[in-house]
Design a protein around this ligand. Sequence first.
Ligand SMILES: Nc1ncnc2c1ncn2[C@@H]1O[C@H](COP(=O)(O)OP(=O)(O)OP(=O)(O)O)[C@@H](O)[C@H]1O
Length: 282
Amino acid sequence: MTRDADQAVACTRLVYAFGETTAVDGLDLTVAKGEVFGLLGPNGAGKTTAIRCITTLLPVPARMVRVFGRDAAKDAMAVRRLLGYVPQQLSADASLTGRENVALFARVFDVPRKERAERVGQALTAVDLTDAADRLAGTYSGGMVRRLELAQALVSAPRLLILDEPTIGLDPIARTGVWEHINAVRAATGMTVLVTTHYMDEADQYCDRVGLMHHGRIRALGTPAELREGLGERRRAAGAAATDPLPTLEDVFRDIAGSGLDEKSGDFRDVRSTRRTANRVG
Ligand SMILES: Nc1ncnc2c1ncn2[C@@H]1O[C@H](COP(=O)(O)OP(=O)(O)OP(=O)(O)O)[C@@H](O)[C@H]1O
């Protein structure tokens, strides 16, 4: 343990390259205990790579990533035990029931045998899937699958929940449902949440702080209100009228990422990942 055990996540000049492509390029990021932190950025900004470094799925040198003070390079098992992770790609098995899917995660994450059945039931209740728990996941809607994956991540009672685009491909009602369940668990447990999303309205509404990532690094950091007000001030200093509407978080995003947001809708990787989610139990 180190002095920064008060920080849920601390990345210090984190660098990660795939061959010639530097996906994360000197990322400095701290997530405080108990907060909901949103990592935003255009496609290819390096968000998923950063998250995979934090979850220890990608190897990093010592002193670049700490989770509650544990070094991801030196103490990977301890880091894994502290976190729950909902990846972008499908992690539920369509041929198992909801309960069996969550029970599998309980075994993998070493939930004590005697407590397993109860903890699986609690995780399913937390995401409102009790009634559907004994149906095959293959019969679930997209929103139910996302909630099931949330239960899988919650069954080990993580201190840090990491979600990579938890609501991509869901309709607005299902999106709200996912967030309500995240918030309810957070209120009950004090868990820290690190989330990536492309939905600016969600970041604005649900995140305590956001970091806008571009080309592998954080380019703007603050509460959604601070970032919006900061852009408003810069615009007024540049001659905008005081009566102009306040900027949105999307305006802040465009200001930093330029055309990145526009490219998103036609981007192959984005389309693929949206489809993957939409068809995830197909
Ligand atoms: N397995 C891989 N092999 C090679 N390059 C990769 C790999 N994964 C990611 N990259 C590259 O690293 C860069 C960052 O990708 P990453 O997926 O981290 O971005 P992102 O911000 O999560 O994007 P998205 O919003 O589309 O999920 C991109 O240039 C991407 O093409």
